[in-house]
Design a protein. Structure first.
Lengths: 225, 419
């Protein structure tokens, strides 16, 4: 999978590249509007991460250009301005998603994978990890063919951790993704622990070949056994 | 009161006063003229009678009224100080079978050495009839004038004030985030021309200020959030390398926590600025019962983690015209506050009254400082990660849309939202 990151903040670009390369994506970068235009003129990408706050040009123009060329490349708009106007404009122009900064690495990962799934695998929307088959559309999980009974939150947690397999997912990333933005001012994120506990219990009793490990103080990591 | 009704009522009042004064003056003028005319007639009649008496002495003895006069001989010594006198009196009228007012002239003349008293009468217009006729005439005149005034006022008013009302309606539908200029009607009237120009200038300034502020907020957002995001991400990636000891990981986690706290604070501050800059213009009728239900469902897990039960009571439906996103933020803030500060094992109560919503929780057994409660940065015991801006944001939202938020403590900490 080839990903293009268009971002003018060098350090941000580095972070994003690093996290995506850990997922074994092929990552190319463009730090200016001009560079982006050049790259886009020559190559095709599976997913484009577009920062619309570029200093030497309007990112939304770039988006319009990408859509005009009918490449069917996935585009995620990344924006620090937290502007509703930009979001609406972007989605209207045909962007696949809108990711406001600051975001967690786990969140970036999940969004990119979601766009890729939608673009590439128009049929199968499942995530296979070990002996688990997670059906993203139907919200069901099967272990060796046997269905696992998970509630909505447990499913969302499992899917998020599974999408970020082998990656460290911070508590706040998990809480924000599953419980919503408003939850972020809660006292602590410890309330998600009980959901994790229940999920673990069900996975174990279902004989799943994966484990959710807690990284003390930081968050969780899911990996295959 | 509408301008139209105001001017009409002023006109009516003034007209009433003027007409009344005029009516009184006119009446006495009229009466004066009538008497003058009658008296002239009587004088003329007297001369005619005296003339006839010269020709026909049978006239000289007429003690009863006939043909409107009487003549009687009188003694000489009664006439010395005599002057013609006119007066009103009553006389029986055959046709009316009643006493009717008449005007009487008493005079004396001399004929052939003898002196005679002559009395001449002429029927008079009845005073009360006169008054009655005048009064009704005046009433019709008054109403006629008022009607004309109101009619004219109505017809002309709309035409005259059209540019003004047009401006009012355009101002009403002006959207500071979408429109840049206001269109004005061309007009010949100097005052309206001036009004249009001034309003245009004022609006332009407001629009500019709005956009400048909006851009500032967006740029501030970018400049504040980017370094924070970069820092947090770098630390996350650092931990992921898995080369740190558990103790070091813990330390990094603490740094991340503080950076996230700063991020949240910035986001709240930016939200506050946006609200104050009126950047949430969309309005709709928000049903608070539904909204509360949704938010409570979102907070299920937090509530059960803190062993708190959320109860929603009350059968009144509360709605308000406002921005839906801000309504959600308001409700979320209040419920979250109650959940975070609520005593474990207790109940968070949401009660819908006829015109208010009360959210209460048990907690610290002391009333909070209600004066400073909703100013920014006020923190309470519940932990350093609450930003203290939550209530300040709630307050700004409440003020923006004409609601009221108040706090009181009576065993339970209660926040009341008045509609």
């Amino acid at each position: 999978m080839k990903i293009l990151i268009i971002e003018d903040e060098k350090e941000m670009l580095q972070n994003m590249r690093q996290t995506l390369e850990m997922e074994n994506f092929l990552v190319e970068t463009a730090g200016t509007f001009k560079q982006a235009v050049e790259k886009l003129g020559v190559y095709r990408y599976d997913c484009i991460l577009l920062d619309i706050g570029l200093p030497d040009g309007n990112g939304l123009e770039l988006l319009a250009e990408i859509k005009r060329s009918k490449n069917n490349d996935g585009v995620i708009i990344v924006s620090a301005k937290d502007s509703l106007d930009d979001k609406i404009k972007g989605l209207d122009l045909g962007a696949d998603d809108y990711l406001p900064k600051p975001f967690h690495m786990a969140e970036l990962n999940a969004r990119v994978k979601a766009v890729l799934r939608r673009k590439k695998f128009e049929g199968a929307q499942t995530l296979d990890i070990g002996n688990l088959k997670i059906d993203i559309d139907k919200h069901t999980v099967q272990v060796d063919g046997e269905e696992l009974d998970l509630n909505r939150k447990e499913f969302d947690v499992l899917l998020y951790l599974g999408t970020n397999e082998n990656r460290l997912v911070s508590k706040s990333a998990l809480a924000e993704h599953v419980w919503g933005d408003h939850i972020d001012q809660a006292d602590s994120f410890e309330f998600i622990y009980s959901q994790i506990k229940n999920l673990r219990k069900k996975l174990t009793s279902g004989g799943a070949s994966l484990e959710i490990k807690a990284v003390y103080g930081m968050g969780y990591k899911l990996y295959r056994l | 009161m509408k301008l139209l009704n105001y001017t009409s009522s002023i006109f009516s009042g003034i007209l009433f006063l003027l007409l009344s004064i005029w009516a009184i003056l006119f009446y006495f003028e009229m009466l004066d003229e009538i008497y003058d005319s009658l008296d002239d007639g009587l004088e003329n009649h007297k001369l005619l009678v005296i003339q006839r008496a010269h020709e026909d002495p049978s006239f000289l003895n007429r003690p009863e009224f006939e043909d409107g006069f009487t003549i009687q001989e009188i003694k000489q010594n009664n006439i010395l100080a005599f002057t013609d006198s006119y007066r009103d009196t009553l006389m029986y009228m055959q046709n009316e079978k009643d006493y009717e007012p008449v005007r009487l002239l008493e005079s004396v003349f001399e004929q052939d050495g003898k002196y005679y008293l002559v009395k001449i009468v002429t029927s008079m217009v009845e005073e009360d009839d006169l008054v009655k006729e005048l009064f009704f005439g005046l009433l019709w005149l008054y109403f006629g004038l008022i009607l004309s005034v109101i009619l004219l006022n109505n017809l002309l008013h709309r035409r005259i004030w059209k540019p003004f009302y047009k401006l009012l309606s355009r101002l009403d539908s002006f959207r500071i985030d979408k429109d840049t200029e206001i269109e004005t009607e061309p007009t010949n009237i100097d005052e309206f021309k001036l009004l249009n120009t001034q309003v245009k200038i004022l609006l332009r300034k407001s629009v500019d200020r709005y956009h400048v502020q909006k851009e500032f907020i967006e740029n501030a957002s970018h400049e504040l959030q980017t370094p924070l995001a970069i820092s947090i991400n770098k630390l996350e990636l650092l931990v992921e390398k898995d080369q740190l000891t558990e103790d070091q990981t813990e330390k990094v986690a603490e740094v991340i926590e503080n950076l996230e706290r700063l991020t949240r604070f910035n986001r709240s501050l930016l939200l506050l600025s946006k609200i104050e800059n009126r950047q949430f213009p969309e309005m709709e009728m928000v049903n608070f019962n539904d909204l509360v239900k949704e938010v409570v469902a979102d907070f299920e897990d937090l509530a059960s983690y803190r062993s708190l039960r959320i109860e929603v009571k009350g059968k009144y439906i509360l709605q308000h015209q406002m921005n839906k996103d801000l309504a959600r933020i308001l409700v979320t803030n209040l419920i979250k506050n109650a959940l975070i500060h609520g005593k474990e094992g207790g109940i968070v109560m949401l009660e819908f009254f006829q015109n208010s919503l009360e959210i209460s929780n048990e907690g610290v057994n002391l009333a909070l400082d209600s004066e400073n409660l909703m100013s920014r940065f006020q923190n309470s015991s519940a932990g350093k990660s609450s930003t203290g801006l939550g209530l300040a944001i709630s307050k700004v939202i409440v003020e923006r849309f004409g609601l009221k938020l108040s706090y009181n403590f009576s065993g339970r900490h209660t926040f009341r939202l008045d509609f």
